[in-house]
Design a protein around this ligand. Structure first.
Ligand code: NAG
Ligand code: NAG
Ligand code: NAG
Length: 287
């Protein structure tokens, strides 16, 4: 019992000695941090006591790629030296420095952010580091369309359903494409908050519902349906480094009631026109 206790304490002593050997004791979290896709997470890193901020340097790097996530040097954040992708997403609490707190907040968490991050602190001649592990709660991206095929009449407008079921923040939708897969035509492209259609056949007939987009609803409005519109449509969503798709089958293109009525009207109109013509023509020779 005593032996175990002694061994335990010598173990603690050794690790303390090891940390002291590195100079500075830098504290991190006690375990991996688990956060959902798209959320913000604070990566803790602090020293017990900060005697001076003179020559203080704090370096946050990914351990796998050595990518520079954030650098604090000469009294300021050196955003120019950090990797582009982290410039907007990594937030260093400058006001916390005086408390020896060098935590970093990473916003808009992506799947590829999963991994280990090293916080290395240099104060004058001393240095120390801690490692923070991030696990992204990879709730997979799920997209749903319409399972049964839908039908429409020529000339009618139709909505092809496509919505993201996963909880994704609106800012995370990078790109959405609507493709007619049986003919391999790109029907619509949503990118940088704008929807475009480059295809002649669809250009003026397709649109998304702007007010629905923040909810992850990328349903497509297809106006005045034509017979050649029949086919398989795929909606593919790219968000937070993930992608998923759903399909909608458009078939049974019939003629609408309005079309049929107009046809009858045309026939009857031309019929009565003929009758009128006959009446006038037949009567005139008698005059
Ligand atoms: C460091 O600052 C961040 C942001 O204000 C805070 O969330 C965190 O709890 C602080 N850590 C310590 C050890 O004070
Ligand atoms: C499209 O989605 C809405 C909402 O979930 C649903 O009410 C509607 O029935 C769907 N339309 C088709 C054709 O599946
Ligand atoms: C998406 O928006 C369209 C148009 O407002 C609506 O018809 C459809 O029901 C919406 N889908 C979902 C899943 O809310």
């Amino acid at each position: 019992m005593l032996d175990l206790k002694m061994r335990g304490s010598s173990c603690v002593l050794m690790s303390v000695l090891l940390m002291i050997a590195d100079g500075l004791i830098v504290k991190g979290p006690s375990g991996p941090l688990v956060a959902p896709l798209g959320s913000s997470v604070v990566l803790p890193c602090s020293v017990h006591e900060l005697l001076s901020v003179k020559d203080l340097e704090v370096e946050w790097r990914r351990t796998d790629s050595e990518t520079l996530v954030h650098l604090y040097q000469d009294g300021e954040s050196r955003t120019e030296s950090q990797q582009q992708d982290y410039q907007d997403r990594a937030h260093f609490f400058t006001d916390q420095i005086q408390h020896g707190n060098f935590s970093l907040r990473l916003d808009d968490l992506r799947a590829e952010d999963e991994g280990q991050y090293k916080c290395k602190v240099y104060i004058q001649q001393e240095s120390g580091e801690t490692v923070v592990q991030i696990k992204v709660n990879a709730e997979r991206l799920r997209v749903s369309g319409t399972s049964r095929s839908i039908s429409a009449s020529v000339g009618e407008d139709v909505t092809l359903n496509c919505s993201v079921d996963s909880h994704i923040p609106p800012g995370d939708f990078e790109e959405v494409t609507w493709t007619k897969t049986d003919e391999d035509i790109q029907v619509l492209l949503y990118q940088d908050n704008e929807a475009h259609s480059s295809n002649e056949r669809y250009r003026d007939r397709v649109e998304l519902f702007p007010s629905e987009i923040p909810k992850g609803n990328f349903s497509l409005r297809l106006k005045s349906v034509r017979t050649e519109d029949k086919g398989v449509y795929m909606c593919q969503v790219f968000a937070g480094g993930l992608s998923a798709n759903a399909t909608v089958v458009l078939d049974q293109l019939g003629f609408s009631v309005v079309h049929i009525m107009m046809l009858i009207l045309c026939i009857s109109a031309s019929g009565s026109g003929l009758l009128l013509f006959c009446l006038i023509y037949c009567r005139s020779p008698t005059k």
